[in-house]
Design a protein around this ligand. Structure first.
Ligand SMILES: Nc1ncnc2c1ncn2[C@@H]1O[C@H](COP(=O)(O)OP(=O)(O)OP(=O)(O)O)[C@@H](O)[C@H]1O
Length: 516
């Protein structure tokens, strides 16, 4: 039973009310006092009317009202509902280290039930090394600590921040900690840093060669087989890998790319497989989850796999064969559920022949090979890609330019494109910047002839370099001379040889447009 007693505001009022309750031997459960209002929660009485009458007989008591909750109870309920509504886990302990609060999110993150935890010492519920206990001793809070604990036979991984609860004298009366599941944190970081909505619609092409590759990639997305995407730098390997992931049944789970060439070997290993606490000097005490574990249910994209050191190749083979990993420094096998897509711009078969890449791994990753041809071998894609990027950068820059001038189009065709689609994209982006509003893109804005003479692509074979040089000479001669015969004379070859070479480099239009 709860009453709100409206009184006059005088000294000793509360004592008088308590005396009357005392005379009637009523057990008071809770009491709150505000100016002119006393709120009392007490055990229900058989002779309540008598008690009420006696209180009302006091001339300083104005009237008594029955209520359903005390103001403090209302606040408490609002607070606990708020605590239950937030997505972060919240746990609190009292001065003795006993758990006195644990919301549903914390129970989920920690794999615990409130019933089995409340009232117990936190060292028994979690671990004796939890930072909450340090805060209880020192009165100092902590921020964003990564924790990996074994609770009820399963591993929990979360980030936690804790603060001491202090009384008016600065004594620590307890600690409250918030926690976030590590997987959610990573997914958040991941979704913020990399949009993962690449679909096959964003792969632009016109050529038969690319049509075949895209069809094969779509088929591969429907299976779980390992895909090996090979192609020169900038041909769109990562684009393909992302599109395959998004077309597959794993598309609601993470796509985790890792560039095997960009990380130092020691770091690559721990990034991929994680490590057990104390595995090496500098390792975090709690250990660390690797990307294979993090990608659970999703796809790991091993880019530049040709640069992967041999000792890690062995471990990747195990992942593919046994679908388990071992963290560095641990003997414990952790089952993993990921699909692996790999890519390289190195000739893997050659690396195998030279004992630089494991043969068994090569066959294991090469279940579905997708070879993306360089842009110069699919000239039919140049126009559609150039127009696609032209649209893209006009939108990005909010600037309207016209179309490509005829000469600009020709130079797009005749260029060698050592940097493939990435280079084409950069060239068009720069051209949109350089071209005045509403004017057509001219050959000067593309600046490709200049690029051709500056090109020092050392990764190219002799044949590729010779071809590029031949094409350059051919184009220079074609600019000066209008007929295949005159070009032939200038270059010291027959006019039929000129025709063949123009065809080979797909630049016939330059000469034939002039009426030859
Ligand atoms: N067919 C295509 N359609 C649209 N954009 C493309 C296409 N191919 C490549 N691109 C774009 O070109 C750029 C390079 O592509 P991507 O990074 O996928 O190439 P890569 O082969 O993985 O390169 P690297 O080997 O250097 O990592 C990206 O901006 C990508 O969006």
């Amino acid at each position: 039973m709860r009453w709100k007693i409206h009184t006059k505001d005088r000294v000793g009022m509360v004592l008088d009310v308590l005396n009357i309750f005392n005379i009637h031997e009523v057990n008071i459960q809770a009491m709150e006092v505000l100016p002119k209002e006393i709120f009392i929660k007490f055990d229900t009485q058989p002779r309540q009317d008598k008690l009420k009458k006696e209180l009302e007989a006091d001339r300083d008591i104005e009237f008594i009202e029955e209520i359903t909750v005390l103001p403090i109870e209302k606040k408490e309920r609002q607070l606990s509902e708020t605590i239950e509504a937030v997505s972060e886990g919240i746990m609190s302990i009292d001065q003795q280290g006993r758990v006195n609060g644990l919301n549903q999110a914390a129970q989920n993150i920690l794999n615990l039930s409130g019933e089995n935890s409340l009232g117990k010492h936190v060292s028994k519920v979690l671990n004796k090394d939890v930072p909450m206990l340090r805060t209880l001793r020192t009165g100092k809070g902590y921020e964003n600590k990564e924790m990996i604990l074994n609770i009820n036979n399963s591993q929990v991984h979360y980030i936690t921040t804790g603060k001491p609860i202090k009384d008016d004298y600065g004594n620590t009366m307890g600690v409250v900690a918030t926690m976030q599941d590590m997987r959610q944190v990573r997914q958040l970081v991941y979704s913020l840093t990399k949009p993962n909505d690449i679909t096959f619609d964003q792969i632009v092409f016109n050529s038969e060669k690319m049509t075949q590759r895209v069809e094969l990639a779509k088929l591969s997305a429907r299976s779980e087989a390992t895909v090996l995407i090979q192609g020169e730098s900038g041909t769109g390997k990562e684009l393909f890998a992302r599109a395959i992931h998004n077309y597959s049944e794993r598309n609601k789970q993470p796509f985790v790319p890792i560039n095997c060439a960009a990380l130092p070997h020691a770091l690559l290993e721990s990034e991929l497989f994680g490590y057990q606490g104390g595995a090496f000097t500098g390792a975090r005490k709690e250990g660390k989850q690797g990307l294979f574990e993090f990608a659970k249910g999703g796809t790991v994209f091993l880019d530049e796999i040709g640069d992967m050191p041999m000792h890690i190749q062995v471990k990747i083979l195990r992942v593919l064969q046994e679908k388990t990993i071992r963290r560095i420094g641990s003997n414990h096998e952790i089952p993993i559920d990921v699909r692996v897509i790999t890519a390289t711009n190195k000739p893997l078969q050659e690396l195998v022949n030279n004992n630089k890449f494991r043969e068994d791994l090569y066959y294991r990753i090469n279940v579905i090979p997708i070879n993306i041809p360089p842009l110069r071998e699919r000239a039919e894609d140049i126009t559609i890609l150039a127009e696609y990027f032209l649209d893209k950068y006009q939108t990005v820059m909010d600037k309207h330019v016209g179309t490509f001038s005829e000469k600009a189009r020709q130079s797009l065709f005749s260029y060698y494109w050592p940097g493939n689609v990435r280079e084409l994209e950069n060239v068009i982006e720069r051209a949109v910047i350089l071209t005045p509003i509403n004017e057509d893109i001219d050959v000067y804005a593309l600046n490709l002839e200049q690029k051709l003479s500056e090109e020092t692509d050392d990764g190219k074979t002799l044949k590729e370099k010779t071809d590029a040089f031949e094409k350059k000479l051919l184009l220079e001669a074609a600019k000066k001379h209008q007929t295949t015969r005159k070009i032939g004379n200038a270059l010291g070859i027959s006019h039929t040889a000129v025709r063949k070479k123009l065809k080979k480099h797909r630049v016939e239009t330059i000469v034939y447009k002039n009426g030859n």
